[in-house]
Design a protein around this ligand. Structure first.
Ligand SMILES: Nc1ncnc2c1ncn2[C@@H]1O[C@H](COP(=O)(O)OP(=O)(O)OP(=O)(O)O)[C@@H](O)[C@H]1O
Ligand SMILES: O=P(O)(O)OC[C@@]1(O)O[C@H](CO)[C@@H](O)[C@@H]1O
Length: 316
Protein backbone atom coordinates (compact mmCIF):
# COMPACT_ATOMS: atom_id res chain seq x y z
CA UNK A 1 0.00 0.00 0.00
CA UNK A 2 1.19 3.53 -0.82
CA UNK A 3 -0.05 6.72 0.86
CA UNK A 4 -0.23 10.01 -1.03
CA UNK A 5 -0.66 13.43 0.57
CA UNK A 6 -2.10 16.12 -1.73
CA UNK A 7 -2.53 19.36 0.27
CA UNK A 8 -3.95 21.19 -2.79
CA UNK A 9 -6.00 18.77 -4.90
CA UNK A 10 -8.15 19.91 -7.82
CA UNK A 11 -10.82 19.17 -10.32
CA UNK A 12 -8.98 19.23 -13.65
CA UNK A 13 -10.96 20.36 -16.68
CA UNK A 14 -9.15 19.72 -19.97
CA UNK A 15 -10.53 21.64 -22.94
CA UNK A 16 -9.41 20.88 -26.49
CA UNK A 17 -9.27 23.82 -28.92
CA UNK A 18 -7.98 24.10 -32.48
CA UNK A 19 -5.64 27.02 -31.81
CA UNK A 20 -5.00 29.31 -28.83
CA UNK A 21 -5.44 33.00 -29.59
CA UNK A 22 -4.93 35.41 -26.71
CA UNK A 23 -8.01 37.61 -26.16
CA UNK A 24 -10.31 35.58 -28.47
CA UNK A 25 -13.41 33.43 -27.86
CA UNK A 26 -12.59 29.76 -28.41
CA UNK A 27 -15.05 26.97 -29.25
CA UNK A 28 -13.98 23.75 -27.61
CA UNK A 29 -13.86 20.63 -29.74
CA UNK A 30 -14.11 18.43 -26.61
CA UNK A 31 -13.64 18.59 -22.87
CA UNK A 32 -13.14 16.20 -19.98
CA UNK A 33 -12.98 16.30 -16.20
CA UNK A 34 -10.49 14.35 -14.07
CA UNK A 35 -9.75 14.22 -10.36
CA UNK A 36 -6.52 16.21 -10.04
CA UNK A 37 -3.55 17.25 -7.96
CA UNK A 38 -0.17 15.56 -8.17
CA UNK A 39 -0.61 13.09 -5.30
CA UNK A 40 -4.14 12.31 -6.47
CA UNK A 41 -2.72 11.41 -9.89
CA UNK A 42 -0.07 9.18 -8.33
CA UNK A 43 -2.83 7.37 -6.42
CA UNK A 44 -4.92 7.00 -9.58
CA UNK A 45 -2.02 5.54 -11.56
CA UNK A 46 -1.21 3.08 -8.76
CA UNK A 47 -4.86 2.02 -8.47
CA UNK A 48 -5.02 1.55 -12.25
CA UNK A 49 -2.17 -0.96 -11.79
CA UNK A 50 -3.91 -2.79 -8.94
CA UNK A 51 -1.78 -1.37 -6.11
CA UNK A 52 -3.77 -0.19 -3.12
CA UNK A 53 -3.35 3.53 -2.52
CA UNK A 54 -4.69 5.83 0.17
CA UNK A 55 -5.10 9.50 -0.82
CA UNK A 56 -5.03 11.98 2.06
CA UNK A 57 -6.45 15.35 0.98
CA UNK A 58 -8.52 18.34 2.13
CA UNK A 59 -12.08 18.14 0.74
CA UNK A 60 -14.73 20.86 0.71
CA UNK A 61 -17.41 22.43 -1.47
CA UNK A 62 -19.06 21.02 -4.59
CA UNK A 63 -15.65 20.40 -6.20
CA UNK A 64 -14.50 18.48 -3.12
CA UNK A 65 -17.58 16.24 -3.25
CA UNK A 66 -17.03 15.63 -6.98
CA UNK A 67 -13.35 14.91 -6.40
CA UNK A 68 -14.14 12.32 -3.72
CA UNK A 69 -16.76 10.65 -5.92
CA UNK A 70 -14.53 10.53 -9.03
CA UNK A 71 -11.52 9.34 -7.09
CA UNK A 72 -13.35 6.62 -5.20
CA UNK A 73 -14.73 5.30 -8.49
CA UNK A 74 -11.15 4.75 -9.72
CA UNK A 75 -10.45 2.40 -6.80
CA UNK A 76 -8.44 4.84 -4.68
CA UNK A 77 -9.16 4.85 -0.93
CA UNK A 78 -9.80 8.49 -0.04
CA UNK A 79 -9.04 9.85 3.42
CA UNK A 80 -10.77 13.24 3.18
CA UNK A 81 -10.13 16.02 5.69
CA UNK A 82 -13.22 18.28 5.73
CA UNK A 83 -12.51 21.99 5.10
CA UNK A 84 -14.72 25.08 4.97
CA UNK A 85 -13.39 26.28 1.59
CA UNK A 86 -13.84 24.64 -1.78
CA UNK A 87 -11.35 22.44 -3.63
CA UNK A 88 -9.94 24.37 -6.62
CA UNK A 89 -10.70 23.85 -10.31
CA UNK A 90 -7.74 23.89 -12.72
CA UNK A 91 -8.09 24.30 -16.48
CA UNK A 92 -5.88 22.97 -19.28
CA UNK A 93 -6.25 24.20 -22.87
CA UNK A 94 -4.87 21.61 -25.28
CA UNK A 95 -4.07 22.25 -28.94
CA UNK A 96 -3.97 19.46 -31.57
CA UNK A 97 -0.15 19.09 -31.42
CA UNK A 98 -0.37 18.49 -27.65
CA UNK A 99 0.70 22.03 -26.65
CA UNK A 100 -0.92 22.60 -23.28
CA UNK A 101 -1.68 25.90 -21.55
CA UNK A 102 -2.61 25.46 -17.92
CA UNK A 103 -4.34 27.77 -15.44
CA UNK A 104 -4.17 26.60 -11.82
CA UNK A 105 -6.17 28.29 -9.07
CA UNK A 106 -4.35 28.99 -5.79
CA UNK A 107 -6.71 26.74 -3.85
CA UNK A 108 -8.71 27.35 -0.67
CA UNK A 109 -7.06 28.90 2.37
CA UNK A 110 -6.71 26.27 5.09
CA UNK A 111 -7.27 27.30 8.70
CA UNK A 112 -4.77 26.26 11.37
CA UNK A 113 -7.24 23.62 12.61
CA UNK A 114 -7.75 22.24 9.08
CA UNK A 115 -4.01 22.06 8.54
CA UNK A 116 -3.60 20.18 11.84
CA UNK A 117 -6.31 17.73 10.74
CA UNK A 118 -4.52 17.21 7.43
CA UNK A 119 -1.23 16.47 9.19
CA UNK A 120 -3.09 14.14 11.60
CA UNK A 121 -4.71 12.39 8.61
CA UNK A 122 -1.30 11.75 7.06
CA UNK A 123 0.03 10.50 10.43
CA UNK A 124 -2.91 8.08 10.74
CA UNK A 125 -2.27 6.72 7.26
CA UNK A 126 1.45 6.32 8.11
CA UNK A 127 0.52 4.07 11.04
CA UNK A 128 -0.84 1.57 8.52
CA UNK A 129 2.72 0.77 7.44
CA UNK A 130 2.73 1.71 3.75
CA UNK A 131 5.72 0.86 1.54
CA UNK A 132 5.94 4.55 0.60
CA UNK A 133 4.38 7.85 1.62
CA UNK A 134 4.49 10.61 -1.00
CA UNK A 135 3.83 14.32 -0.57
CA UNK A 136 3.02 16.03 -3.87
CA UNK A 137 2.13 19.35 -5.41
CA UNK A 138 1.80 22.98 -4.41
CA UNK A 139 0.67 24.12 -0.99
CA UNK A 140 -2.61 26.04 -0.69
CA UNK A 141 -2.68 29.44 1.04
CA UNK A 142 -2.25 29.20 4.79
CA UNK A 143 -0.05 26.13 4.73
CA UNK A 144 3.43 26.38 6.17
CA UNK A 145 6.40 25.77 3.83
CA UNK A 146 7.60 23.15 6.35
CA UNK A 147 4.69 20.78 5.61
CA UNK A 148 6.64 18.30 3.48
CA UNK A 149 9.76 18.55 5.67
CA UNK A 150 7.52 17.54 8.61
CA UNK A 151 6.16 14.63 6.58
CA UNK A 152 9.72 13.49 5.83
CA UNK A 153 10.66 13.56 9.52
CA UNK A 154 7.51 11.69 10.58
CA UNK A 155 7.92 9.04 7.91
CA UNK A 156 11.57 8.47 8.76
CA UNK A 157 10.68 8.14 12.46
CA UNK A 158 8.04 5.55 11.47
CA UNK A 159 10.51 3.67 9.24
CA UNK A 160 8.49 4.41 6.08
CA UNK A 161 10.18 5.44 2.82
CA UNK A 162 9.19 8.98 1.85
CA UNK A 163 9.13 10.79 -1.49
CA UNK A 164 8.40 14.46 -2.24
CA UNK A 165 7.37 16.06 -5.54
CA UNK A 166 6.95 19.80 -5.16
CA UNK A 167 8.79 23.03 -5.98
CA UNK A 168 10.21 26.23 -4.53
CA UNK A 169 10.69 26.73 -0.79
CA UNK A 170 8.64 23.65 0.29
CA UNK A 171 10.97 21.49 -1.84
CA UNK A 172 14.11 23.13 -0.42
CA UNK A 173 12.83 22.54 3.13
CA UNK A 174 11.94 18.91 2.35
CA UNK A 175 15.42 18.34 0.89
CA UNK A 176 16.99 19.60 4.11
CA UNK A 177 15.02 16.93 6.02
CA UNK A 178 16.60 14.12 3.94
CA UNK A 179 13.84 12.36 1.95
CA UNK A 180 14.35 8.98 0.28
CA UNK A 181 13.29 10.36 -3.09
CA UNK A 182 12.55 13.64 -4.85
CA UNK A 183 11.24 14.01 -8.40
CA UNK A 184 11.85 17.53 -9.63
CA UNK A 185 11.39 18.38 -13.30
CA UNK A 186 14.15 20.30 -15.10
CA UNK A 187 12.81 23.73 -14.12
CA UNK A 188 12.18 22.77 -10.47
CA UNK A 189 15.71 21.38 -10.16
CA UNK A 190 17.20 24.54 -11.67
CA UNK A 191 15.23 26.65 -9.19
CA UNK A 192 16.28 24.43 -6.31
CA UNK A 193 20.00 24.69 -7.03
CA UNK A 194 19.78 28.31 -8.22
CA UNK A 195 21.40 27.77 -11.61
CA UNK A 196 20.37 27.25 -15.23
CA UNK A 197 21.06 23.64 -16.22
CA UNK A 198 21.41 23.67 -20.01
CA UNK A 199 22.98 20.21 -20.42
CA UNK A 200 22.47 16.72 -19.02
CA UNK A 201 25.90 17.11 -17.37
CA UNK A 202 24.59 20.14 -15.45
CA UNK A 203 21.51 18.21 -14.34
CA UNK A 204 23.71 15.29 -13.27
CA UNK A 205 26.01 17.52 -11.22
CA UNK A 206 23.05 19.23 -9.55
CA UNK A 207 21.40 15.89 -8.68
CA UNK A 208 24.71 14.53 -7.34
CA UNK A 209 24.97 17.60 -5.12
CA UNK A 210 21.53 16.87 -3.64
CA UNK A 211 22.49 13.25 -3.00
CA UNK A 212 25.56 14.63 -1.19
CA UNK A 213 23.19 16.69 0.96
CA UNK A 214 21.28 13.59 2.10
CA UNK A 215 18.58 12.90 -0.52
CA UNK A 216 18.83 9.16 -1.18
CA UNK A 217 17.49 9.17 -4.76
CA UNK A 218 16.91 11.99 -7.21
CA UNK A 219 14.77 11.30 -10.29
CA UNK A 220 14.74 14.31 -12.60
CA UNK A 221 11.99 14.29 -15.22
CA UNK A 222 13.11 15.92 -18.44
CA UNK A 223 10.01 15.95 -20.65
CA UNK A 224 10.78 14.46 -24.08
CA UNK A 225 14.38 13.87 -22.94
CA UNK A 226 13.18 11.19 -20.52
CA UNK A 227 14.44 11.06 -16.94
CA UNK A 228 17.75 10.90 -15.04
CA UNK A 229 18.16 8.79 -11.90
CA UNK A 230 20.99 9.60 -9.49
CA UNK A 231 21.82 7.80 -6.23
CA UNK A 232 25.05 7.51 -4.25
CA UNK A 233 26.39 4.71 -6.46
CA UNK A 234 24.28 4.90 -9.60
CA UNK A 235 23.52 7.14 -12.56
CA UNK A 236 20.98 6.01 -15.14
CA UNK A 237 19.10 7.75 -17.93
CA UNK A 238 15.82 6.42 -19.30
CA UNK A 239 14.10 7.50 -22.49
CA UNK A 240 11.07 6.53 -24.58
CA UNK A 241 9.81 8.05 -27.83
CA UNK A 242 6.19 9.22 -28.05
CA UNK A 243 5.04 9.73 -31.65
CA UNK A 244 1.75 11.49 -30.92
CA UNK A 245 1.82 13.39 -27.61
CA UNK A 246 -1.78 14.19 -26.60
CA UNK A 247 -1.33 15.84 -23.19
CA UNK A 248 1.66 16.13 -20.89
CA UNK A 249 -0.49 16.99 -17.85
CA UNK A 250 0.25 14.44 -15.12
CA UNK A 251 3.12 12.76 -17.01
CA UNK A 252 5.47 13.50 -14.11
CA UNK A 253 2.97 12.01 -11.68
CA UNK A 254 2.70 8.86 -13.81
CA UNK A 255 6.52 8.64 -13.92
CA UNK A 256 6.70 8.91 -10.13
CA UNK A 257 3.91 6.35 -9.67
CA UNK A 258 5.65 3.90 -12.02
CA UNK A 259 8.92 4.27 -10.13
CA UNK A 260 7.26 3.78 -6.73
CA UNK A 261 5.15 0.85 -7.93
CA UNK A 262 8.27 -0.91 -9.23
CA UNK A 263 10.33 -0.37 -6.08
CA UNK A 264 7.36 -1.35 -3.88
CA UNK A 265 7.21 -4.64 -5.77
CA UNK A 266 10.96 -5.31 -5.40
CA UNK A 267 12.58 -3.79 -8.52
CA UNK A 268 16.09 -2.33 -8.45
CA UNK A 269 16.34 1.46 -9.02
CA UNK A 270 17.33 1.24 -12.71
CA UNK A 271 14.45 -1.14 -13.53
CA UNK A 272 12.16 1.15 -11.56
CA UNK A 273 13.40 4.06 -13.71
CA UNK A 274 12.51 2.09 -16.85
CA UNK A 275 9.03 1.46 -15.45
CA UNK A 276 8.61 5.13 -14.54
CA UNK A 277 9.65 6.32 -18.00
CA UNK A 278 7.23 3.86 -19.62
CA UNK A 279 4.37 5.08 -17.40
CA UNK A 280 5.28 8.73 -18.15
CA UNK A 281 5.42 8.08 -21.91
CA UNK A 282 2.08 6.24 -21.75
CA UNK A 283 0.51 9.20 -19.91
CA UNK A 284 1.70 11.61 -22.63
CA UNK A 285 -0.17 9.54 -25.21
CA UNK A 286 -3.46 9.81 -23.27
CA UNK A 287 -5.94 12.74 -23.21
CA UNK A 288 -6.18 15.16 -20.27
CA UNK A 289 -4.58 13.85 -17.11
CA UNK A 290 -5.80 10.30 -17.69
CA UNK A 291 -3.48 7.91 -15.87
CA UNK A 292 -2.14 4.87 -17.75
CA UNK A 293 -3.33 1.30 -17.21
CA UNK A 294 -1.08 -1.77 -17.69
CA UNK A 295 -2.51 -2.03 -21.23
CA UNK A 296 -1.37 1.54 -22.01
CA UNK A 297 2.14 0.88 -20.68
CA UNK A 298 2.60 -2.57 -22.20
CA UNK A 299 5.06 -2.73 -25.09
CA UNK A 300 6.49 0.80 -24.77
CA UNK A 301 10.21 0.42 -25.49
CA UNK A 302 12.41 2.22 -22.96
CA UNK A 303 16.13 2.71 -23.43
CA UNK A 304 18.06 2.80 -20.14
CA UNK A 305 21.75 3.61 -20.16
CA UNK A 306 24.27 3.94 -17.34
CA UNK A 307 26.56 6.04 -19.51
CA UNK A 308 24.30 8.74 -20.97
CA UNK A 309 25.61 11.40 -23.33
CA UNK A 310 26.15 14.16 -20.78
CA UNK A 311 26.75 16.72 -23.53
CA UNK A 312 23.05 16.46 -24.48
CA UNK A 313 21.54 19.97 -24.58
CA UNK A 314 18.14 20.10 -22.94
CA UNK A 315 15.29 22.12 -24.41
CA UNK A 316 14.14 24.86 -21.99
N1 LIG B 1 7.12 14.57 -25.28
C1 LIG B 1 7.46 13.49 -24.58
N2 LIG B 1 7.94 12.39 -25.18
C2 LIG B 1 8.28 11.28 -24.48
N3 LIG B 1 8.18 11.19 -23.12
C3 LIG B 1 7.74 12.26 -22.47
C4 LIG B 1 7.35 13.47 -23.14
N4 LIG B 1 6.95 14.36 -22.20
C5 LIG B 1 7.06 13.72 -21.01
N5 LIG B 1 7.54 12.46 -21.16
C6 LIG B 1 7.77 11.47 -20.12
O1 LIG B 1 7.03 11.84 -18.97
C7 LIG B 1 7.94 12.15 -17.89
C8 LIG B 1 7.43 13.33 -17.09
O2 LIG B 1 7.36 14.46 -17.93
P1 LIG B 1 7.74 15.93 -17.43
O3 LIG B 1 9.20 16.05 -17.27
O4 LIG B 1 7.06 16.87 -18.39
O5 LIG B 1 7.07 15.96 -15.98
P2 LIG B 1 6.47 17.14 -15.12
O6 LIG B 1 6.96 18.48 -15.60
O7 LIG B 1 6.69 16.79 -13.71
O8 LIG B 1 4.91 16.99 -15.48
P3 LIG B 1 3.58 17.25 -14.59
O9 LIG B 1 3.92 18.28 -13.55
O10 LIG B 1 2.57 17.77 -15.60
O11 LIG B 1 3.16 15.95 -14.05
C9 LIG B 1 9.30 12.39 -18.55
O12 LIG B 1 10.35 12.11 -17.65
C10 LIG B 1 9.25 11.45 -19.73
O13 LIG B 1 9.58 10.15 -19.30
O1 LIG C 1 -0.64 23.57 -8.71
P1 LIG C 1 0.16 22.30 -8.50
O2 LIG C 1 -0.21 21.61 -7.22
O3 LIG C 1 1.63 22.51 -8.66
O4 LIG C 1 -0.22 21.32 -9.70
C1 LIG C 1 -1.54 20.88 -9.86
C2 LIG C 1 -1.67 20.15 -11.18
O5 LIG C 1 -1.35 20.99 -12.29
O6 LIG C 1 -0.75 19.06 -11.17
C3 LIG C 1 -1.33 17.91 -11.78
C4 LIG C 1 -0.47 17.46 -12.92
O7 LIG C 1 0.81 17.13 -12.48
C5 LIG C 1 -2.74 18.31 -12.19
O8 LIG C 1 -3.63 17.26 -11.95
C6 LIG C 1 -3.05 19.54 -11.36
O9 LIG C 1 -3.98 20.39 -11.97
Amino acid sequence: MIVTLTPNPSIDRTVSISHLERGEVHRATSSRVDPGGKGVNVSRALAAHGLHSVAVLPAGGAEGALLERLLTSTGVEVLPVPIGGSVRANVALVEPDGTTTKVNEPGPTLTTAELSSLVAGAATALMRGPSWVVGCGSLPPGVDDELYAGLVRRARAAGVRVAVDTSGVPLARAVAAGPDLIKPNHEELAELVGAALPTLADVHTAAKGLVGQGVRTVVVSLGRHGALLVTDGLTAHGHAVVDRPLSTVGAGDALLAGYLHATATGSAPDSALAAGVAWGAAAVGLPGSRMPTPGDVHGIPVLVTHHPDLTLRLAP
